[in-house]
Design a binder for this molecule. Sequence first.
Ligand code: ZN
Length: 153
Amino acid sequence: MALDDLYRDVILDHASHPRNRGRLDPSDVTAEGANPLCGDELVLFVRLDGDRIAAARFEGRGCSISQASASMMTEAVTGKTVAEVRALVGAFRAMMHGEAPSSELGDLAALQGVRKFPVRVKCATLPWVTLEQGLDDAAAGRPATTVTTDARE
Ligand code: ZN
């Protein structure tokens, strides 16, 4: 199986059977994101156990890339510390902007295929910038702000 096919299968699997869909109530971090270019909308819920992400879920609607990315992200961050998650967000963003995927990304490397379609890159990064903003807001004690991909990527 060609690598492109494998990547496509991973993305389609997550898009059609998203993991961790739904709300977390209560949650320690709630963040909303929108990608107006595509119409993707997303709400993230994160529950912390000390400095570690105990659970992450999402609601929203959008294209298969944004849904798959959110599904894969919630799986990837669960059990990690906030510092590890911040590093992962940075590694993901770097990959989507052209760098070779670092090993910590694991299955998330499947999303590098999206780079061939520049207009879709923001679909893939939306959940990640939303999570980062939510962690920033929670750490600063601010009310949650809504992220739009025009403002931050
Ligand atoms: Zn999209």
